[in-house]
Design a protein around this ligand. Structure first.
Ligand SMILES: Cc1cc2nc3c(=O)[nH]c(=O)nc-3n(C[C@H](O)[C@H](O)[C@H](O)COP(=O)(O)O)c2cc1C
Length: 737
């Protein structure tokens, strides 16, 4: 979890400076691309000797020819005592005009390299490059955690628009930014002399010049220059007219050579050093100079930095807003009751707020804060820890170091109660709450209550725990918990498909329109977040504060929101939804169900469902555009009464979104019994599928899911496998109601 801290703080601090580097880098990338589109007169096979000959004839006083990364040939020299730089047409040696590097680009380059601050700026820029490298590495680690492993790093991102923007920018640009950072560090190392490019001492060539009165040879006759191509040239220095011992000096991509002006002999050749080649590669990869197609890549990488910074900053601000203001929050030294909270998405704070208010009403002085600040003074009599679990049994991000902190705090006489928040879908159900409880026990804190666990933020389970707290404290405690709900969005009913259902339990498939939302709203985390089939939708019936959750039978890409609702006797929400007519609205929000949803499966998928439990499974099949092998075992009572999604399922079979279908009709003679019976009949095939890595999703009533698990355990026993093992490997998940 230390990676998250590194990523956050480095991102916020160094990110602000990286913003300047990113914007200027993107501007600088335009230059190589722009110059690539200008017509180049350079002939393909032109020797340096020919070019030097043409230049000597056309430009009197020439001292140096340079080939710029853009391919331009520039000649430097003196004309009537004035230093001059001219662009040359290599085909003719004709002067095309004066050469001057663009002052605008020079300014951008200087801002990019040193923030216009000289050496201090250069050191800062190198520090930013190092930070960017660490940000790329920490971002990669966080990305694989978020996506559920290294193999899924590039799979589709989930979450709000803002979260996805940050993640997708990472998926696209992280590798490029890492390359840009490493190459920037190499170039900085050269600038600061940490990497010596000219390793070898220059040869002493002047002494070997043949002292003779004969005239200097024309450049075009020099052997070495004849062998070298202009394409490889970096620069050619002419011998000084007033120094007879001076030589020609030519520098190419491969090295440097010295040529006697009179004899034309090659006096010495030095290959480019390894450090020089490293610098060349670093420059090429960093700037793309001379290879415009590559210049676009670091340019876009640089342009992504503002996207990273702004989205990262907004995400950080949103995370901070999730922590509510607690009324009557006493200072730690004065409080007799302490509440510590570990929460990723904020709902646990709602429970803490309710407990806090109830304890205050009961006359306690209460201090509530994040678990990372765990600490107790002698005044504290009772400590409550409310801790959610994330990842795979991990702490929420802000509480990453809390266990280490607890391990350093000597126990006081305060009695402790830990309440874990989690979801039974996860194998590591409330594992973090348990870890906190164990850490406190290990330190010797006395127990107020044994560890309790709350499934899916159940208000009822929390109320029961509140009663235990009241008993343990020996005083009544009126805990008034209202769930902290995400903002709801109005959804309009498009159509409904009614089924009489068996035993008078009518059901309906409701299809709502995907709400029109401005992207600015979505970026601010407002409105309906993206969802996948298998996620949950929370519906708030009018006049109630408690949402009811339904599994989604569609993904956001389907363009509509679909659920299948069975009318429960006396059910407030199901009654309300059954009374809804097309054109009517509901208030709803999406709650992710990451343990159950399936993302771009490759392995075969076994879908097992009964009754309205088929809804999320239908969504998986509908969204199976990749045609992964999906097999549906579907328990229906009577095809005339409750065969939900029947015609669609038949169509999906034809479209090969569904590989095979096994239906059982339990209330029909010879209907095949229950879905478990279909599994038993198919035992051999199931063993083959499951030993070959198939994943399983089960949805329906709790007894049905238990029956399915027992049946599969029986089928898998001969393979030495069990449902529990499949769950532990993330290959088996249930959505039960
Ligand atoms: C991505 C993700 C991972 C989760 N991992 C676990 C887990 O490993 N074990 C568990 O019991 N609950 C897990 N949960 C469920 C949360 O702990 C549970 O919803 C909790 O009430 C959320 O509290 P919060 O809103 O305060 O963060 C996970 C939830 C999400 C969204």
């Amino acid at each position: 979890m230390v990676w998250r801290q590194i990523h956050r703080w480095l991102g916020l601090v160094a990110g602000a400076l990286a913003l300047v580097i990113g914007i200027t880098g993107a501007v600088l990338a335009i230059d190589p691309v722009r110059s690539a589109w200008q017509p180049r007169p350079a002939p393909a096979e032109l020797s340096v000797a020919t070019l030097a000959g043409r230049v000597s004839a056309a430009v009197p006083g020439a001292e140096e020819i340079r080939r710029l990364p853009s391919g331009d040939i520039v000649v430097y020299g003196f004309d009537a005592g004035q230093a001059k730089a001219s662009r040359i047409d290599p085909a003719s040696g004709q002067v095309l005009g004066d050469y001057q590097a663009s002052p605008v680009f020079r300014w951008f380059k200087s801002l990019h390299r040193s923030f216009l601050l000289g050496d201090a700026g250069r050191i800062t820029a190198a520090g930013v490059a190092l930070s960017m490298l660490l940000l790329s590495i920490s971002g990669l680690v966080l990305l694989q955690r978020r996506q559920g492993g290294w193999r899924r790093v590039l799979s589709r991102a989930r979450g709000t628009l803002l979260q996805r923007t940050h993640v997708v920018a990472g998926q696209v640009a992280m590798a490029v930014l890492a390359v840009s950072s490493i190459t920037a560090l190499v170039l900085s190392a050269v600038t600061f002399g940490l990497l010596t490019v000219d390793a070898d001492a220059e040869p002493n060539v002047a002494s070997t010049v043949v002292a003779t009165a004969s005239a200097a040879l024309p450049a075009a006759q020099l052997r070495l220059l004849q062998q070298l191509q202009v394409d490889d040239l970096r620069k050619l220095n002419f011998p000084a007219a007033d120094d007879p011992t001076d030589t020609w000096r030519v520098t190419t991509d491969q090295g440097q050579g010295w040529v006697d002006r009179t004899s034309g002999q090659t006096l010495a050749w030095q290959n480019a050093s390894t450090a020089q080649r490293l610098q060349d590669w670093a420059r090429l990869l960093h700037t793309g100079e001379g290879v415009w197609a590559w210049a676009v890549v670091p340019g876009l990488g640089a342009a992504s930095i503002p996207v990273f910074w702004v989205s990262g900053l907004l995400l950080w601000l949103q995370a901070r807003r999730r922590v509510p203001r607690i009324a009557d929050n006493s200072a730690l030294p004065q409080a007799d009751a302490l509440i510590f909270v570990a929460s990723e998405n904020g709902s646990t704070w709602g429970f803490a707020q309710a407990l806090h208010a109830a304890l205050v009403r009961a006359g306690h002085r209460v201090h509530t804060s994040g678990l990372e600040r765990f600490s107790a003074r002698p005044t504290a009599k009772h400590i409550f820890v409310l801790a959610a679990t994330y990842g795979d049994g991990q702490a929420p991000a802000h509480a990453a170091r809390a266990l280490a902190r607890i391990a350093q705090q000597p126990a006081t006489a305060a009695r402790v109660a830990v309440l874990g928040f989690g979801d039974r879908q996860f194998d590591a159900f409330c594992a973090y709450g348990q870890a906190v409880d164990e850490a406190l026990r290990a330190q010797g804190w006395p127990q107020l209550l044994p560890l309790e666990r709350i499934h899916q933020q159940s208000a009822q389970e929390f109320a029961r725990w509140g009663e235990s707290v009241a008993q343990a404290l020996g005083q009544p405690l009126a805990i008034d918990y209202r769930p902290r709900l995400p903002a709801t969005t109005a959804l309009t009913l498009l159509s409904r498909q009614d089924f009489p259902g068996a035993e008078g339990q009518a059901a309906t498939i409701l299809r709502f329109a995907w709400p029109a939302q401005r992207w600015t709203e979505r970026l601010r985390g407002r409105g309906l977040r993206r969802f996948a089939a298998g996620d949950l939708i929370g519906v708030l019936p009018p006049g109630t504060a408690v949402p009811r959750f339904y599994s989604l039978a569609s993904g956001w890409q389907d363009g509509f929101v679909e659920i299948c609702v069975r009318k429960m006797p006396g059910g407030v929400c199901s009654g309300y939804l059954h009374g809804l007519q097309p054109g009517g609205h509901i208030q709803a929000f999406v709650r992710p169900n990451p343990a159950f949803t399936i993302d771009a499966p490759r392995a075969p998928v076994m879908l097992i469902g009964a009754g309205t439990g088929v809804a999320p499974l239908a969504g998986f099949i509908r969204d199976n555009g990749r045609r992964a092998p999906m097999h549906l075992y579907y328990g229906v009572r009577d095809p005339g009464l409750d065969y939900y999604f029947g015609p669609e399922i038949e169509r999906w079979l034809q479209e090969r979104r569904l590989a095979s279908l096994h239906t059982t009709f339990s209330r029909v003679a010879d209907g095949g019994g229950y879905v478990q019976d279909a599994l038993r009949r198919d035992a051999d095939r199931l063993r083959t599928l499951l030993s070959g890595g198939a994943v399983v999703r089960v949805c329906g009533s709790r007894p049905m899911a238990q029956g399915v698990a027992q049946t599969l355990d029986g089928i898998l026993a001969s393979l030495g496998l069990s449902v529990q093992q499949l769950k532990a490997r993330g290959r088996y998940a249930e959505d039960v109601f």
